[in-house]
Write a protein that binds this ligand. Structure first.
Ligand code: NAG
Ligand code: NAG
Ligand code: NAG
Ligand code: NAG
Ligand code: NAG
Ligand code: NAG
Ligand code: NAG
Ligand code: NAG
Ligand code: NAG
Ligand code: NAG
Ligand code: NAG
Ligand code: NAG
Length: 797
């Protein structure tokens, strides 16, 4: 009897095992009832046992072999249909025959793990992740260490979520398109308008996401381990959502000059790939000069893959191939033809389903199966570097305890504090002394903000601190929204808000924009405060008993000239979209627990700027009647210039060394290139040399003494620009070549050292896209012309 029962138990066990394999449900055996994976990596012999397989038979799991050999073994085991599935973000299926589970490629981590993409999901097990400020505000800190530290915190949470089965390992962040036009809806996602600053942000954030400490440098970059995989997007010349009926899905960005490509649009991507060693680049929706970027072999194969030497994969923005067919109607191709074209151009992974048609494309002879194998190899090598096959022991213990830690939430608050920009502070109204000011009226659509502080591409916050809550720690708060949201179409709620200003010791007006006004798909039409917000500001200011402080929550610049000249409005703060701790960070700045040191990473133009040129005009330099764009090419009057920002203290710069000069000896085979001068009588015997033709080892080293001459401790962002020699037509007025944020106690001074490579920092890009080092008198300018150091370059033979 007993024997028989044992036999039956065994039999049912065998049947169970058999049914697991035969129903091909890999999932069930690999996750527990909470959906937590029992195995967080593929090549575990026990996992193969459950599938009835012997792992030793699969070379792709042999750790002694190089990644590309293992990847080849895996790819060779796939059928054509399976290959096509593996080349899409979300259509791969479990292949129990060879022990391979499906993988969802799309996760996002722009400023914290986001809910966007099928690779990630939040639920009761992981309800939240730290929501850092939007990138535009974090950039305003000009603090490289901060940028990298946030990347590290985000990747720790991302990896923890992966271990819990809640996120993938491939995160399609950051967004590093240069802000060319002040109307662009996705400005909040970006590091602003300067290509170099954007590039430095990209490198630091990507290294924070990807690098594993101690393993940053390996001799073979294709086996360098990755904490998570980052993606620099969207390549290239993409910065328009919708302008007068022209949508990004069919926009043909033209005429984009090679000069603007090299100097502006491509530069952050080049830095991201070369210096950040990012493991993925995403091509964009738009066309550049007629060609959809995802189908442009010059951009993808030549630049990204070959010249910049990408170690990783190229992914298409979601449904791009379909848009080529449906909206661009480029060459009128079928989905099969478009898929073949983009694959041949160097696009490895489709976010969408078009690549499933590669099966037919191969059968029709439009593309070779070997081209698919090459892309699959890139994809699997990245997953191997991420430990998806073998695990990464040092990251295995990350889990729930690593989400929303006190340290990460504090870092989110710190990022907001460091980014906040003080735009005006008449008569040193700020900081307010809570001993003297005890009651506060908080007015405006963002006075009690929660979700607005998240911006876009965000997850669910650990804990919001609204402005109302943040200010309540310092005194008695009354609040009235005045407008129910940023769109403020209605003036009926204004009066009740005005009333509370009459009795408070100080009034704070929380105005600005939201993702209902600036976001993906949504460009602005003007640069004003929306609808009745201006009325709200003026009425509340007029009625206020105490000083009025304007707090602007927005990403793009707003023409607030009317508020600058209103004598009741003493102080103005720009707070971006400050993330989950925003309310606390703003209050800590207002009451002097933190001295603001942020600087604007974009120009704030006057509203009439947008009447002078359409968004669709791509040129950075002035063309015809159109003014130039960004601080590099626009010298008209602004509301606030790029790099602007005040402090509760003041800083003085000093430079005591001699002027610099450099004579570069050329050999017979190094040739000079002419430059267009505005004065035809102005002749140099050697105007310039291409930096690709020079050795470029020369460096300019100098130290600036920064002194805090005020009475409060504080931080200063020291911005260093180069100014090209006068008289060369078409150069930027100046360009950022270095920056450093420093913290100084009152009366303290520090020496800040800069080491600039002459070729990298003093080159100009000519109309053909050559990077040239001009001879003549260059200048290194620190801050707002506070210091100007002449650097003379000459060539001799
Ligand atoms: C595998 O698990 C995922 C996530 O838990 C689920 O969405 C999917 O439907 C499952 N697939 C199968 C074949 O059960
Ligand atoms: C991704 O795949 C899952 C099934 O695995 C499906 O439910 C979901 O709708 C897909 N998402 C997209 C964007 O295709
Ligand atoms: C820059 O950021 C780091 C990391 O958050 C921080 O420790 C440091 O104090 C910041 N530097 C300045 C000058 O604010
Ligand atoms: C890796 O190389 C960079 C320079 O490329 C250097 O700054 C860094 O210290 C190196 N890291 C390690 C761990 O060797
Ligand atoms: C695509 O088709 C349209 C309408 O049939 C035609 O006008 C256009 O010239 C075609 N374009 C190309 C590149 O063949
Ligand atoms: C600053 O205060 C002085 C004296 O109270 C006053 O005359 C002046 O108008 C104030 N300036 C501003 C810009 O508020
Ligand atoms: C202010 O925010 C808190 C917390 O989100 C919420 O409970 C309250 O209802 C909000 N007040 C208004 C007027 O929206
Ligand atoms: C303004 O808001 C009030 C109260 O919410 C509402 O009754 C009224 O219809 C709104 N008017 C307009 C023009 O939207
Ligand atoms: C202010 O609100 C009223 C309705 O309450 C509306 O008629 C008016 O157009 C709004 N003003 C602006 C500038 O939008
Ligand atoms: C501004 O730049 C334009 C050309 O872009 C030039 O014509 C004009 O003189 C400049 N104005 C100033 C004040 O420098
Ligand atoms: C050339 O431009 C410089 C400024 O960049 C100016 O000082 C000079 O007067 C100009 N020369 C002529 C002939 O226009
Ligand atoms: C330019 O002219 C100077 C003086 O005539 C000479 O010393 C120098 O070698 C020349 N430079 C080149 C590149 O020919």
């Amino acid at each position: 009897m007993a024997k028989k029962m044992l036999f039956m138990v065994l039999l049912s066990h065998i049947i169970l095992c058999f049914s697991v394999v035969s129903s091909l449900n890999l999932n069930a055996s690999l996750v527990d009832d909470k959906g937590i994976p029992r195995f967080i990596y593929v090549c575990d012999p026990e996992r193969f046992n459950i599938l009835g397989l012997d792992m030793a038979q699969f070379a792709y799991c042999d750790k002694s072999l190089p990644y590309n050999v293992r990847a080849k073994d895996l790819v060779d085991r796939l059928t054509l249909v399976e290959k096509a599935q593996q080349m899409t973000d979300n259509s791969s299926v479990d292949i129990p025959r060879i022990g391979l589970p499906h993988y969802k490629w799309w996760s996002e981590a722009l400023h914290g793990v986001a809910e966007t993409g099928d690779g990630t999901h939040f639920d009761s097990l992981v309800p939240s992740a730290t929501v850092f400020p939007n990138v535009i505000l974090t950039t305003a800190s000009f603090n490289k260490t901060l940028w990298k530290t946030i990347g590290q915190a985000v990747s720790t949470e991302a990896r923890a979520m992966h271990n819990l089965g809640r996120a993938g390992l491939t995160f399609w962040s950051p967004t590093i398109n240069v802000v060319r036009d002040p109307r662009w809806g996705r400005t909040l996602e970006t590091p602003g308008e300067d290509p170099y600053v954007v590039g430095v942000y990209a490198v630091n954030y990507v290294r924070g996401l990807q690098d594993i400490e101690g393993q940053e440098n390996t001799s073979d970059p294709n086996s360098r381990p990755l904490k998570v995989s980052a993606c620099c997007k969207h390549f290239a010349a993409y910065d328009l959502e919708e302008f007068q009926g022209v949508r990004r899905l069919e926009f043909d960005a033209k005429v984009v000059t090679e000069q603007d490509m090299v100097e502006t649009f491509n530069r952050p991507f080049e830095m991201c790939v070369k210096d950040g060693d990012v493991s993925s680049v995403m091509c964009s929706f738009n066309r550049v000069n007629g060609i959809p970027t995802c189908a442009d072999a010059y951009l993808l194969k030549k630049l990204v893959r070959e010249d910049w030497n990408l170690h990783g994969y190229v992914v298409a923005d979601c449904d791009s191939i379909n848009e080529i067919v449906k909206n661009h109607k480029w060459l009128n191709d079928t989905v099969e033809e478009a898929s073949a074209q983009v694959l041949k151009a160097g696009m490895d992974l489709d976010c969408g389903k078009s690549y499933l048609k590669l099966v037919d494309a191969v059968k029709q002879g439009l593309v070779k199966e070997a081209d698919m194998d090459k892309s699959l190899n890139y994809l699997y090598v990245v997953l191997m570097r991420l430990g998806w096959f073998d695990g990464i022991p040092s990251l295995a213990s990350l889990g729930k305890k690593d989400m929303c830690t006190e340290e990460n939430v504090e870092l989110a608050a710190e990022a907001a504090r460091e980014g906040i920009v003080l735009l005006q502070n008449d008569n040193e109204t700020l900081p307010l002394d809570p001993a003297k000011f005890k009651s506060f009226a908080l007015i405006g659509p963002h006075a009690n903000a929660t979700d607005v502080m998240k911006g876009n591409y965000a997850g669910f916050p650990c804990k919001f601190i609204t402005p109302v809550e943040g200010f309540s720690a310092f005194g008695q708060v009354t609040y009235e929204l005045g407008c129910l949201d940023a769109k403020c179409p209605n003036d009926t709620t204004i009066q009740s808000a005005v009333d509370i200003a009459k009795n408070a010791d100080a009034t704070f007006l929380f105005v600005g924009l939201s993702t209902a006004i600036e976001a993906e798909w949504r460009d602005r039409k003007d640069l004003l405060l929306p609808a009745n917000q201006t009325l709200l500001v003026n009425k509340a200011a007029e009625a206020s008993k105490g000083p009025v402080i304007l707090v602007i929550m927005a990403a793009t610049g707003i023409d607030i000239s009317f508020a600058k000249t209103n004598p009741k409005i003493k102080s103005i703060l720009w707070v971006g979209y400050p993330g989950e701790q925003g309310g606390r960070a703003i209050a800590e700045v207002v009451f002097g627990m933190h001295n603001p040191g942020g600087r604007l990473p974009i120009t704030w133009y006057e509203n009439n700027y947008v009447d002078k040129l359409p968004m669709t005009s791509m040129a950075l330099r002035p063309v015809g009647d159109y003014p130039g764009r960004t601080y590099k090419f626009f010298n008209g009057s602004t509301v606030y210039p790029f790099g602007y920002g005040l402090s509760y203290t003041s800083f003085k710069y000093e430079y005591n060394s001699a002027d610099m000069s450099l004579d570069i000896k050329l050999n017979r085979l190094q040739h000079c290139q002419g430059l267009p001068y505005n004065d035809t009588n102005y002749k140099q015997n050697c105007s310039s040399v291409s930096i690709d033709d020079l050795t470029c080892n020369d460096e300019i080293t100098f130290e600036i003494t920064v002194q805090n001459v005020g009475s409060r401790d504080g931080s200063d962002a020291v911005l260093v620009y180069s100014v090209p020699p006068e008289g060369i037509v078409g150069t930027p007025f100046k360009q950022v070549v270095g920056f450093e944020r420093v913290y100084l106690q009152a009366n303290e001074s520090v020496n800040v050292k800069f080491v600039l490579n002459v070729c990298q920092s003093l080159n100009i890009v000519d109309v053909s896209g050559y990077r040239l080092l001009p001879s003549g008198l260059h200048k290194i300018v620190v801050g707002d012309n506070a210091i100007s150091i002449p650097v003379k370059i000459s060539y001799s033979r």
